[in-house]
Design a protein around this ligand. Structure first.
Ligand SMILES: [Zn+2]
Length: 372
């Protein structure tokens, strides 16, 4: 099946002083081939004035505070433990990585994973061992929750349907009920990405339903399959490879593309060539994902990027779908600057429409040099 890449191009003419010389810029509206999500691209915007001193302030973040809860001397006392129904030791440890419950969870099952004993790791210093070990702790955590008997309340947590007779009380759904679990591995690196703790860490979440964006991807992928009899996640890389404009590289487990209609700056999609659910993310599949991520992080570093977000986009845990492959998204965030703006403004937060300044075709050309 072929994949369509919808776009509309508009011109906007202004008169530049001092001679009132007309200058025309083009604004390209692109729509994601699967979801229809729009972005606006004006390549001239890389030239706009940035009222901030040049250079990154990342060195200021590298100083280790005494009270970092993720540093090895504090982590034992500062981080909570899992109930025995999930994990007998209360936490998971592989190499230097440790996975433990998030102290302020945003999901029925929500863990943090430290990537190193070092308090500060800059973007070019991440190693394959750090990322592979972190993904292994996430796999063990997902496996144990997935396997745990979920018909009762083994952790002793509240499992009521709301107190009868009370007014205005929302029913409390149990995290332990039967039904699907939707996994997320996400990574916010440094404050411009939304990360509140500088000590390098990822997060692993299990929700009872997909996130809004995951749901949109799953529904659109099922509809695409229904209409074409084909899997969008294998069609897209094939078509992109033929076009050659946004295909970045591949290995035996993943394809890497610059997104056609990105929702973030320097956005890449990493798509597994085969289902590869997060429960089987081991061996070569895990190595190959990490290899692709590290190449893209090297490209980011060489381009002056020091902060980023990564997230997996998965079907329900343990579920294999003909219409969906596990994939992930990596986006660059603004350089660490005390006074520079965040890159998420009103168009992104309220209109769900990204304003990007670098063409996907440009970043694909640049990043291709980092793949064999
Ligand atoms: Zn620390």
């Amino acid at each position: 099946m072929t994949v369509e890449f919808p776009r509309q191009v508009y011109e906007n003419t202004i008169l530049r002083l001092p001679e009132l010389r007309p200058e025309t810029q083009t604004i390209e509206f692109r729509q994601d081939p699967l979801t229809g999500a729009r972005c606006r691209l004006n390549r001239k915007r890389v030239e706009r004035p940035k009222q901030v001193s040049p250079g990154s302030a990342v060195d200021g973040l590298a100083r280790k505070p005494d009270n970092c809860p993720f540093c090895p001397e504090n982590i034992g006392a500062a981080t909570p433990r899992f109930p025995a129904a999930i994990c007998r030791d209360g936490f998971y440890e592989v190499g230097e990585c440790r996975l433990f419950p998030n102290l302020f969870p945003l999901a029925p099952f929500h863990a943090n994973i430290t990537l190193s004993r070092r308090h500060f790791v800059s973007i070019e210093q991440f190693s394959a061992a750090m990322l592979e070990d972190a993904l292994e702790t996430a796999r063990l955590f997902f496996r144990d929750v997935f396997r745990a008997p979920r018909s009762d309340t083994p952790c002793g947590c509240r499992n009521s349907g709301g107190q009868p007779g009370t007014t205005g009380a929302d029913p409390v759904a149990t995290a332990w009920g039967r039904g699907k679990l939707y996994p997320l591995v996400c990574w916010n690196h440094l404050p411009p990405s939304g990360g509140s703790i500088v000590h390098p860490h990822m997060q692993a979440l299990l929700d009872r339903g997909p996130s809004g964006y995951q749901a949109r991807l799953l529904e659109a992928s099922a509809a695409y399959f229904e209409k074409t009899g084909s899997n969008y996640w294998t069609d897209l890389p094939r078509v992109e490879r033929e076009k050659g404009e946004r295909f970045v590289g591949e290995n035996s487990s993943v394809w890497v593309l610059a997104s056609y209609a990105p929702q973030g700056n320097r956005e890449f999609q990493i798509i597994f060539t085969d289902g590869a659910g997060l429960l089987d993310l081991a061996g070569d599949a895990r190595k190959d994902l990490v290899d692709a991520l590290l190449r893209l992080l090297r490209y980011y570093h060489d381009s002056g990027v020091d902060s980023f977000n990564f997230t997996t986009l998965s079907a329900a845990l343990g579920e294999r779908q003909d219409f969906y492959n596990l994939n992930g998204k990596l986006i660059a965030r603004p350089a660490v600057q005390p006074l520079y703006r965040n890159d998420t403004g009103v168009l992104e937060r309220v209109h769900y429409e990204a304003d990007v300044e670098m063409a996907p075709e440009t970043i694909a050309r640049e990043a291709r040099g980092y793949f064999p």
